[in-house]
Design a protein around this ligand. Structure first.
Ligand code: ADP
Ligand code: MG
Length: 331
């Protein structure tokens, strides 16, 4: 059973950044207003995510770590998943591929913690914590040397962690994020910091995008607000004059989840086809919203692909929405 769990866990956790993604998503789901992410050695030796969310009661800690245990789905509609959770696999998987400590305190409850190593869980013990949750993951893949070999340099893994945290921070402008490299011990070096933004959603989103993509982006982008076939799209699209040499400054979200999806990036490219030469790429941060029944964002736990019930409609929204907005600006 332990071996099967480790194989299944590898599906969810491919590298440190995928562990960070799962843990930060859990913190967001828990309603956190502040999330701190710390890592050591590119996340290989240490990942720690601290949040001020709702916390977990001591009696519920074993359940949180059990495979397929989730507090987020009632089973009535597999596609109607509003929160980030992927069927209660993340914590169990992390406990199978690393040394995991889950410490938490829910309102009106005592703080408690549990450890899991190689899938084996400890008893629930008292902990010292004022509130929220701290998940510590040490020595990822220590028991699976074959997977250890697939990890890249500390620098590359740290870069991937930064990318994951920034994408999630873009989608959650009212949540404050810090990302610290604690490889040397102590408080470490702050890699990224975004305090909670204020104002209405658009103001907050603009401020957050400016903070992450640079004010140059928001100053050289047009505001997008389009709807079609029951799908909506908001955000910013870079002016053709603000094109980039790579597609790295393209951030796409579906129902608040960062996604990387060929169909969507292809549509973005198509929208700028006549405006940019082949070696130039538009910068964009686009938030697509639709009824959860029209999209499946859980195609694969570790991948960020999406499946629309009507892919043509999603493509059409992006292409026509962006072309229309660019044409209005004289492009
Ligand atoms: P899922 O997110 O799909 O439910 P996870 O394995 O990621 O599965 O988490 C299992 C459960 O543990 C969650 O459903 C939630 O109840 C609890 N949990 C995990 N992380 C946190 C957190 N940071 N704050 C509060 N509860 C949490
Ligand atoms: Mg989860």
């Amino acid at each position: 059973e332990a071996a099967i769990n480790r194989i299944a866990a590898g599906e969810v956790v491919e590298r440190p950044a995928s562990a960070v993604k799962e843990l930060v998503e859990n913190a967001i789901d828990a309603g956190a207003r502040r999330i701190d992410v710390a890592y050591g050695d590119g996340g290989k030796t240490l990942i720690r995510v601290t949040d001020d969310g709702c916390g977990i009661a001591p009696d519920d800690l074993p359940l949180a770590l059990a495979r397929h245990a989730t507090s987020k789905m009632d089973g009535s509609d597999l596609l109607a998943i509003h929160t980030f959770g992927f069927r209660g696999e993340a914590l169990a998987s992390l406990g199978a591929v690393g040394r995991l400590t889950l410490a938490s305190r829910a309102a009106g409850e005592d703080a408690a913690e549990m450890n899991v190593t190689g899938g084996a869980a400890s008893a629930v013990k008292p902990a010292a914590l004022n509130g929220g949750t701290v998940v510590t993951l040490r020595d990822l893949f220590h028991a699976t040397p074959a997977r250890l070999k697939f990890m890249r340099t500390d620098r590359a893994e740290a870069q991937a962690i930064g990318d994951v945290v920034k994408r999630l921070a873009m989608a959650e402008p009212f949540v404050g994020f810090t990302l610290r490299d604690v490889s040397g011990g102590g408080a470490g070096r702050t890699v990224f910091r975004a305090d909670p933004e204020s104002g209405d959603l658009f103001d907050a989103m603009s401020a957050r995008l400016a903070r992450i993509m640079g004010r140059e982006f928001t100053d050289n982008a047009i505001r997008i607000d389009a709807a079609r076939d029951g799908l909506g799209m908001t955000g910013f699209a870079g002016l053709p004059t603000y094109s980039r040499g790579s597609a790295l400054a393209q951030y796409l979200f579906v129902n608040g989840r960062p996604v990387r999806d060929r169909m969507l990036t292809g549509a973005l490219r198509a929208a700028y086809r006549d405006l940019l030469s082949r070696d130039r790429h538009p910068a964009a941060a686009l938030f697509i919203e639709c009824d959860t029944a029209l999209v499946d964002v859980n195609v694969h736990p570790a991948k960020s692909e999406v499946r629309f019930r009507d892919p043509g409609a999603a493509r059409g929204l992006i292409v026509s929405g962006l072309r229309h907005a660019l044409a209005e600006e004289g492009h």
